[in-house]
Design a protein around this ligand. Structure first.
Ligand SMILES: Cc1cc2nc3c(=O)[nH]c(=O)nc-3n(C[C@H](O)[C@H](O)[C@H](O)COP(=O)(O)O)c2cc1C
Length: 164
């Protein structure tokens, strides 16, 4: 199947998660394009979609939200999986609830949506970002769990195989 995977990342962790998912889907025989949502002008010809975004201030990035708005009608007629990358839910890192991005996802009726833990390295951030994240109580560190990402990608390949 032809699959479009979009990842919207400011500091790289969401792109890394997206790349691992793309790799797993390719290993299962799918033809996968990975792109930034703002670079996609046309989604005709894709059979399925995986949409991913980093979560900032409880929301997907404006580019990721804009993508779902631009292509809402076409996305409704194809299987869509979504993932968020954020730091909520970690022991000390309750910045806010990524489920507040729910309205975006509900409007496109995803097969599944998961949130993967991300990365907070103050050295990579602007002063403004650092203070917002610290005010939110984010835990510093790299919490990416690529095995969990691979397992989720496996659930996508299984679902696609079952529907083929
Ligand atoms: C300014 C700022 C705001 C953030 N806001 C949230 C948030 O509201 N919810 C959340 O779960 N994570 C939040 N995070 C954590 C990021 O989602 C996390 O660092 C993620 O790995 C970033 O993805 P990226 O590297 O692809 O940009 C925030 C981080 C920063 C720096």
């Amino acid at each position: 199947m032809r699959i479009l995977l979009t990842s919207s990342s400011r500091h790289g962790s969401t792109d890394e998660v997206g790349a691992v998912i793309a790799q797993e889907l390719r290993a299962a025989g799918h033809d996968v394009d990975q792109a930034r949502p703002e670079d996609v002008a046309d989604i005709a010809g894709y059979d399925a979609f995986v949409l991913g975004s980093a979560v900032y201030m409880t929301r997907w990035t404006p580019q990721a939200i804009d993508f779902t708005e631009r292509f809402r009608e076409q996305l409704r007629s194809r299987p869509v999986w979504a993932f968020s990358v954020g730091l909520s839910g970690l022991p000390k890192g309750k910045i806010s609830d990524p489920h507040r991005i729910g309205p975006v996802l509900l409007s496109i009726d995803t097969k599944d949506h998961v949130t993967f833990a991300g990365r907070f390295n103050p050295a990579d951030l602007s002063l403004r970002e650092r203070s917002i994240a610290r005010m939110g109580g984010a835990s510093e560190g790299d919490f990416l769990d690529l095995d969990a990402v691979r397992a989720w990608a496996g659930s996508i390949t299984a679902a696609l195989a079952a529907s083929a």
